[in-house]
Write a protein that binds this ligand. Sequence first.
Ligand SMILES: C[S@@+](CC[C@H](N)C(=O)[O-])C[C@H]1O[C@@H](n2cnc3c(N)ncnc32)[C@H](O)[C@@H]1O
Length: 410
Amino acid sequence: MTGVHLTWPGRHAPLPPQNHALTPLLTLPGRPDVGTARLLAGQALAVLDRLLQEGAAGTIDLVYLDPPFGAGVSWPRRRDVQTATGRAAQNVVAYEDPADDLVDWLQHLDTVLARVHTLLSPRGSVYLHLDFRRAPHARLLLDERFGAANLRNEIVWAYGLGGSSKDRFGRKHDVIQFYAKDPRHAYFAAPLQKATSQRLKGQAKRATDVWQTPHAGADAPIEGAWPDSLIDLTLSNSDSQRTGYPTQKPLALLDRIVHASLPPGGVALDPMAGSGTLAVAAVRAGGRVILGDRSAVALDASRGRLVALGATLQLDNVDGALTVETLAQPAARRNGAQVQLLPLDMAGQGVDALSAWGVVDAHGRALAWWDGGAERTRGLVPLTLSLPAGEAQTLLAMDTAGQLWRGVVL
Ligand SMILES: C[S@@+](CC[C@H](N)C(=O)[O-])C[C@H]1O[C@@H](n2cnc3c(N)ncnc32)[C@H](O)[C@@H]1O
C-alpha cells in the first residue's frame, strides 16, 4: 500500500468470485508447430471467475488487458438481411466504448485486477493498455493491487495515424503499464537482436543489443518509449493485418510483449481480446493462450485469425454469452462420406454470409470443418464437406457477424 488511495462514490472491495456455467461449443485440431488457443465467449469477469473455478489460480504467465478507453465511440458491423421488400443493411454492435461510465469502469477494473493478480503465476506479468483518458486512474489501482514497486515500465506507444487537432497538440500515444507480480521471480527476456546499422555496429554488447526494426538502419536500444517506427507502421486501413475489427492493435506491438514476458511453455491470457492480436502473437510463438470477449463479432475475428494460423482451438460459452440460434429446418444432408449444406436462409442472410461451418459431435469436436479464416472478404462457402464415419448429427455454422447457428444433419 502506498498510502495514497483512489476513491470514488460507492467504491467497495471486489466481490468474491462467482461460479459460472460453461458449454463447450467447438474444438478444432491444429498444426503441431503452432500453439493452442482457448476462446471463452463471455463477460471478462465471468471468464476470469470461470478460470478460477477451474483451478487456474497461479497458472497464468502473461496477461494483456486492452479494455475500453472511455473514448465515447460505438462501432457497428453491417450485415445484410433479406426483408419482405428486398435486401437491407442492418447494424449490430461490434464494439462499444462508452465515455460516461467512469465509476462503473473503475469498479470493474478494480475487480478485474484482483482476479488477474490471483491468476498470475509467480513469474507472471500484466500489461494494461490505455490512453490519456484513464491511464492515470488505472495507474493508482495497479499500484494498490500489485505494489508501486512492482511497476516495471510505463511504456509509451507512439503512433502516427489519428489524434490530430487544430485546438491542441496531437494525441498520438497510448500508455501501457507493465507490472510484475513478483519481480524476484518474474520472467523477462527482451527479444534482442544484433544491430546491423552502421551507427551501432561493433559497439559494446549492451549498446548493440537492440531491436532490429523493419526500417533498414533504424536500430535503436530498447527503452520505455516505443515509437511505431520501431514496431511497425501504424495499421492503416489497407494494412493486410486488418481484420476489420475496430481498435485492432499491430501484431508487432504484441509480438514484443509476448517475446519479453511469455516464458517458453507459458500461458497467456487476454480477457478482452477483440480481434485476438495478443493470441495471434502467443500462438505464433508456440505458446498457449486463453482469450475472452463478450462481442460475437470479436470472437468471429479472433477465431478466423487463429484458424488461419493453424492453432488448435477450443471455443467455450460462459453463461451462454454467445447466443446459438437453432434452425427449425434441417441444415445439411449426409450422403455417404459427404455432408451437403442445404440452401438455407439463416435469418434472411443466405449461406454466402457464413464465415465457418461444419459438423460437430456431441462434445463440439469438429468432424468436418470449413473456415473462412482471416479473409476479410469471404469467398464462396463450399456446400459440401467430407465427413468421416461417425455419429455426428449436428451442423454448426457461424455468420460474419459472429452469430452461431445449430441445425440437424438429415
Ligand atoms: C480495445 S478492444 C481490444 C482490441 C484488441 N487488443 C485487438 O488488437 O483487436 C476491447 C475489447 O474488449 C471487449 N470488452 C469490453 N468490455 C468487456 C467486458 N466487460 N467483457 C468482455 N469483453 C469486453 C470488447 O468487446 C472489445 O472487443
